[in-house]
Design a protein around this ligand. Structure first.
Ligand SMILES: *Cc1c(COP(=O)(O)O)cnc(C)c1O
Length: 219
């Protein structure tokens, strides 16, 4: 069960944590995977209108339970941040505000088919650990081109930090920032509960936060 007052309190603490790291203008995406629609409602109530989901089915279930219609819904603004199979794109296309995990040309093509002009981030596996999505860094520029050719609006790059102590994430975040600069892309989605400070120091414009807002995930 989600306690909305507690989420609001944690959102305040998170804002302070971001400010201390120099990131008072960084956008927070509230990651609700593993929690129910009450987490989404609590986030929106706490002023966090950007909500991240990892699984298409979960996003749809929550949108249905909350009675949120596709496209025109302003709140929440859904960010898709998980590994995405092509056959799931059509189902969620009407709901997604920002596709953060575009990591291969086939996925870009499919998104463009069901959501022409959609805003996307290209996910890069700058940590080089594999298994969590992202294209190899040397393929990022080519994939950005492919997205644009498909008609998508590429807003920036996204990465998941290397596991382990927060400092382990720094080289990957730095690489992502330098790639975004080279490509002239403004948005840098990097940083989760454990490595927010490092991400902000390396230039994150957007952090994706679950645990620090909602506590440990149920399963
Ligand atoms: C789960 C997840 C997050 C949030 O992780 P926390 O450590 O709970 O803050 C952020 N980004 C992605 C891609 C995730 O899968």
């Amino acid at each position: 069960m989600i306690d909305a007052a507690e989420v609001a309190e944690r959102a305040g603490a998170l804002r302070e944590r971001l400010a201390r790291a120099g990131g008072d203008r960084v956008k927070v995406v509230a990651v609700t995977k593993g929690f129910g629609p009450d987490a989404v409602a609590a986030a929106v109530e706490a002023g966090l209108a950007d909500v991240g989901e990892n699984y298409a089915q979960e996003l749809l279930a929550k949108a249905n339970e909350l009675g949120i219609a596709p496209i025109d819904a302003q709140q929440p603004r859904w960010h898709f941040i998980g590994r995405l199979q092509r056959n799931k794109v059509r189902k969620i296309a009407g709901h997604v505000h920002l596709w953060q995990s575009v990591d291969r040309p086939e996925l870009a093509t499919e998104i463009a088919r069901w959501a022409p002009d959609a805003r996307v981030l290209v996910q890069v596996d700058t940590a080089g650990v594999g298994g969590r999505g992202g294209c190899p860094p040397e393929e990022a520029a080519g994939l950005v081109d492919r997205c644009r050719e498909a008609g998508l609006a590429v807003a920036g790059l996204m990465a998941v930090g290397a596991p382990g102590p927060p400092e382990h994430a720094r080289p990957g975040f730095r690489l992502l920032a330098s790639q975004a600069a080279d490509l002239g892309l403004a948005e840098l989605s990097m940083g989760m509960t454990a490595d927010i400070e490092v991400a902000v120091e390396e230039g994150a414009t957007m952090v994706r936060i679950g645990t620090a807002l909602f506590g440990p995930r149920p399963h």
